[in-house]
Design a protein around this ligand. Structure first.
Ligand code: HPA
Length: 255
């Protein structure tokens, strides 16, 4: 049986429509997770939920303790993570308000604690390892999200390359031009090192992106937090509907 965790991003600090919830206290060798972990009972089954920016939303992307978050979910026996990411849209595959399930990423972050690998002979989990990261997102989990998104008739892209930037500032127009030349469709700040840490601990990981603004230089208008908030407020309902439906499907599937 799959054990699913939802990592909530901007706009998803709490999961709505839960039948019940229970807070979970957990410590890790990497410190405390960046948000409270809860076990939620959804209509389709139980999930763990973690708000990566904390509750209330106060941690910027570069200060999130990604190592502790993924380690804590691993301790709980999580097999699959659906990560929710608010992103900017670079190409026509990513209009504002649209959902996207990226299949690739390019990591432009720096200075984040990005691996469990370190010299530590007595703990095999921490031994030197070079994970295969050619497919950073799990194909099966992505497919489940795409199928349910289509069944719900949501406006959703089934592929895309996610540029992961350091933040917290947004990009310059020239940086976005470069990311577009590199082949990126979406730009956000939180998929890395989260995806790589999950892969190191053998947890399947997929990103569910909500496009909340045109990336820098892609509209004739300044990007404002008010505009982003307005898109998040309308889009997050679709995100949670899709998660509910996908959790039901994954929990009922034989594996
Ligand atoms: N750039 C980077 N991260 C983001 C953006 C953006 O335009 N929008 C939401 N997260």
């Amino acid at each position: 049986m799959k054990s699913i965790a939802i990592i909530g991003g901007t706009g998803l600090n709490r999961f709505p429509d839960t039948l019940s919830s229970k807070a979970i206290e957990l410590s890790t060798p990497y410190g405390a997770p960046s948000g409270k972990i809860e076990k939620l009972c959804l209509k389709g089954g139980d999930v763990y939920f973690l708000a990566r920016h904390g509750q209330p939303h106060c941690l910027p992307p570069h200060q999130i303790n990604y190592q502790a978050n993924i380690h804590a979910l691993h301790q709980l026996g999580v097999t699959d993570i659906i990560a929710v990411n608010a992103v900017g849209g670079i190409t026509s595959k990513a209009p504002t308000g649209h959902l996207s399930i990226p299949d690739q990423l390019i990591d432009y972050t720096w200075g984040r604690a990005h691996t469990y690998s370190q010299q530590e002979q007595d703990n095999p989990m921490l031994a030197v390892q070079h994970i295969d990261f050619s497919q950073p997102f799990d194909a099966e989990l992505r497919q489940a999200l795409i199928e349910q998104g289509k069944a719900l008739k949501l406006s959703i892209s089934d592929s895309g390359t996610y540029a992961v930037t350091q933040g917290p500032r947004l990009e310059t127009a020239a940086e976005i031009t470069k990311y577009e030349r590199d082949g990126c469709d979406l730009v956000g700040m939180t998929a890395m090192p989260e995806a790589a840490l999950a892969k190191e601990l053998n947890i399947r990981y997929a990103s569910l992106c909500l496009v909340v603004n045109p990336a820098a230089g892609k509209a004739d208008k300044e990007i404002t937090m008010d505009d982003i908030r307005a898109v998040v407020d309308t889009g997050i309902g679709e995100v949670t509907r899709l998660i509910n439906q996908t959790v039901s499907q994954l929990k009922s599937a034989k594996n």
